[in-house]
Write a protein that binds this ligand. Sequence first.
Ligand SMILES: Nc1ncnc2c1ncn2[C@@H]1O[C@H](COP(=O)(O)OP(=O)(O)OP(=O)(O)O)[C@@H](O)[C@H]1O
Length: 675
Amino acid sequence: MSVQLMPKSKRISRVPSPPYHSHSSKLTTKLSGKRTKYYGVKIGRIPGVYKTWEEAEVQKFVGKAQVHTSASRKLLKGRSLVVDQDLDEDFDFSADFVKVDLDPHSDFLKPGVKPYAPFVDVDRDRRQSPDKKPRKVTSKNKARTDVSESVTTITVESAPALGSEPVLSFQQQQILERILAGENFFFTGSAGTGKSVLLRAIIREFNKRRTKGNLKQTPEERVEEKWRNYVANGGKPTEGEDRWTLGVTASTGMAAINIGGSTVHSWAGIGLGQFPVDRLVNNIRSNNVTRDRWQSTHALVIDEISMIDGKLFDKLEEIARKVRNNNKPFGGLQLIVSGDFFQLPPVAKPEDPPFKFAFEAKSWSKCFPRENMMALTRVFRQKEDVFVRLLESMRKGHVSMEDTKLLRTCNRVVEYTDGVEAVGLYPSKNEVETINRQRLAALNTPLQEYLAHDAPGVNSKGYDISQADATAILDKNTIWVKELSLKVGALVMLVTVSHNTEMMTDSIGKITDFMTLSEASSSGVYLPPRAAQVNAAPHVKWPVVEFVPSKYATNRIATKTIIPQMCVDVLNAMGTVEAERHQIPLILAWALTIHKSQGQTIERVKIDLNKIFVQGQTYVAISRAVSLENLEIRNFAAHKVMAHQRVIAWAAPFEQEQAEDEHWDELLKDADFDF
Ligand SMILES: Nc1ncnc2c1ncn2[C@@H]1O[C@H](COP(=O)(O)OP(=O)(O)OP(=O)(O)O)[C@@H](O)[C@H]1O
């Protein structure tokens, strides 16, 4: 919690309210035209409302990591509404106070999702002069909040019984325990066997065990704290604390965002990784923060390993030994690696030398002896046996005559009574862009355009990056679009994830309206708690999406939800923000590339296999579906199901051995031995 500042000009009379997760909470915002400012201190020596910043500032707690910089002061000063979940009942709010949500454990403060995003009002020009073509909003012509507004009332309804992450299966739990005991582990398994669910559970467990309160520390603060502890401990490293320091990475930016991490390249501080190892090691050693991260991290997660080249894996392994001055495999770093080699392979240009899979790296078997690799065997995504079996043989590149017949029956149109059609999956990006553009143009409802605000950060050397570079980095590493064009009737997909069940990625729906937050609240539309964060722009209209109620998922989103803008960021090698994008987390979903669909569960799906070009692509596309009932496939042919021979050869003995082990375990379970 921190010192909270708010202008008196934005008076807010407080209605006592339960936390958001209870049934409902209500805030009444009264905005007067005056510009006198008051400053509120909720947690401090003497909580209260102060007339000057100086008076307020001295009330803050000393020694807590809540030092207000001028930047945060500036940030908070301009806000009209800040929301808190656990207001102190004894606190005197009679003097026009606000509700604040600065819970460090709330989703807003997790990597990838941030509060206080600035806004763009794309609708304003059109509202003022209906004949005028909508003007694109840039940082220059961005609309300002009108503080002379009269009264805004927002009712935040609680989410209707949104689910949580599923309970881990016995196999998932077994792997989790071995990882928590400090073992290296590679876990694989067919699509939908719960690798991502397990990975998220692992990250949660590590975070829980890490020293409380330091999750938000920057790498620099961590180094400083480590040094202080080292000195306090008489020059010896402190026990326990580093044991749970976890690096969270993935092979691609998209996969990294899904688990709240960075790409393995960024984390390692190796740029594109094309230089020889010694040069990369020198670069890392010359950067205190990157060097410290390599040295102080205890365990490293690498997700979607199938897309990491084996040569890169070997380079990282050698770098780890050198930078950590430790000759054990990967310099003694605990490795937690996940992925399915039958899915998408490393991206390689035709002119590149042939790629190696990570399991073909020289160091792979040193890092993962046979007993530290396991395949999850229970498929959760699909429930129909016939579909699970079909996908299993397709994964290995086999399709029988019967399978072909069955898949050809999916060449039909599935109609949905609620009018929300299926998401189309296509191999090529151009196809996807064309389809989405054409479908949007065909709707005769008014166009709403939202231009993202991209904020440049710093690169791994600490230098500011340019606006153009920030946009390029964000375009490459995230699925959030720079220019979002929407209309009532558009099919959209939510592309943000929240592990506290507020919103789930992969949710599909149709835009039914554009509303301000207060309009939404008075029409019974669900306002996600984070919607309150953007109340600084009461006249901005956000899309209202009617999501398809999921038949299968344990995680659900409220059916009719307003989606305000949020923020996504890309981290540099120092773990600080390289670029961040403020945008509405929706994308058009009439068409999506198969590459972008990897890792997702899509209940209504329509796949066109016409231009399939890579092994694993057909399997990835079809395995996104939840049931045969909702699956549509165009241009299926058996030869389009391709699995990589090297993967088949590598996986066969491993999977055979595991099946035998499991068979023996099963037999021995009921046996009564007495040694
Ligand atoms: N233990 C479990 N109990 C019930 N459902 C589960 C369990 N584990 C995973 N699931 C569900 O199965 C579906 C697929 O899970 P997940 O995305 O983790 O699979 P995956 O192996 O990562 O798939 P892919 O390889 O396609 O990315 C999700 O809907 C998830 O909620």
